[in-house]
Design a binder for this molecule. Structure first.
Ligand SMILES: Cc1cc2nc3c(=O)[nH]c(=O)nc-3n(C[C@H](O)[C@H](O)[C@H](O)COP(=O)(O)O)c2cc1C
Length: 222
């Protein structure tokens, strides 16, 4: 079955979303066959919204993949969702989501996932599951071996999607770990905050842009 993918990262082809989707699609192909049609769309740039609407209108199985932005979705994903025409439920179109985020604990996505659970029905589609993964921000800079398990899991998700038309619920549960940080990591993080080490990257960027002295500014607090 043809797989229609929407990549909702504002980073487009440079995104972490693209990398995870590539592994998922690779898994999908191993079950669906090398010749299966993959219809891939990047929402960044906002230039091709007519093409994207058309792609959704003709899709059989849809994967909407995007990064978590402030516990929600990037604006361009919401923009697309606002204009999509619901499909005829008789068509049996399936809709799956892949949400990936920077922080490790997937509880960060807890405000978004109930919305995604309701969305397929609103769009006349059958829910095919929501995969949520944390700790993804560093994947392009850390040693490749640290990503091996993550990429293999994405391949498994793709295989499930091709074989069953939906993500396997047990797999989704394992994929989303950790939902919350364990005690050890919480204690470590508290120590890093107290020593200021947790702010190293943020502080470096603030200094780079010459705004370090304004880091506690509250421009809207009159
Ligand atoms: C504006 C903005 C808001 C973000 N908000 C969150 C957040 O609430 N929780 C989180 O875990 N990560 C958050 N992140 C991190 C991204 O989800 C993470 O870096 C992701 O891997 C980026 O994926 P992409 O390269 O596909 O865009 C945010 C990043 C940006 C730029």
């Amino acid at each position: 079955m043809k797989l229609t993918v929407f990549n909702g990262s504002p980073r487009g082809r440079k995104s972490n979303t693209r990398i995870l989707v590539e592994y998922l699609v690779e898994g999908y192909r191993t079950v669906a066959g090398p010749g299966v049609e993959i219809d891939l769309h990047y929402l960044s740039g906002r230039k091709h919204s007519d093409v994207q609407l058309e792609a959704f209108a003709r899709a059989d199985l849809v994967l909407l993949a995007f990064p978590l932005y402030v516990h929600a979705m990037p604006g361009l994903v919401k923009e697309l969702l606002e204009v999509l025409e619901p499909r005829d439920p008789a068509a049996g179109v399936r809709l799956a989501f892949l949400v990936q985020q920077g922080f490790p604990e997937t509880h960060q996505s807890a405000w978004l996932t109930p919305y995604l659970a309701r969305l397929p029905a609103r769009l006349g589609c059958i829910p095919a599951g929501t995969a949520v993964k944390g700790g993804v921000e560093g994947i392009q800079i850390r040693p490749p071996w640290t990503n091996t398990k993550l990429f293999a899991s994405c391949g498994d998700l793709g295989r499930d999607l091709a074989a069953e038309g939906r993500f396997d619920p047990a797999r989704l549960k394992a994929f989303a770990q950790p939902v919350r940080l364990g005690l050890g990591r919480r204690l470590l993080f508290s120590a890093l905050i107290r020593t200021g080490l947790a702010n190293t990257i943020w502080d470096r960027n603030l200094k780079k842009y010459g705004v370090y002295n304004q880091r506690f500014a509250r421009p809207y607090d009159q």
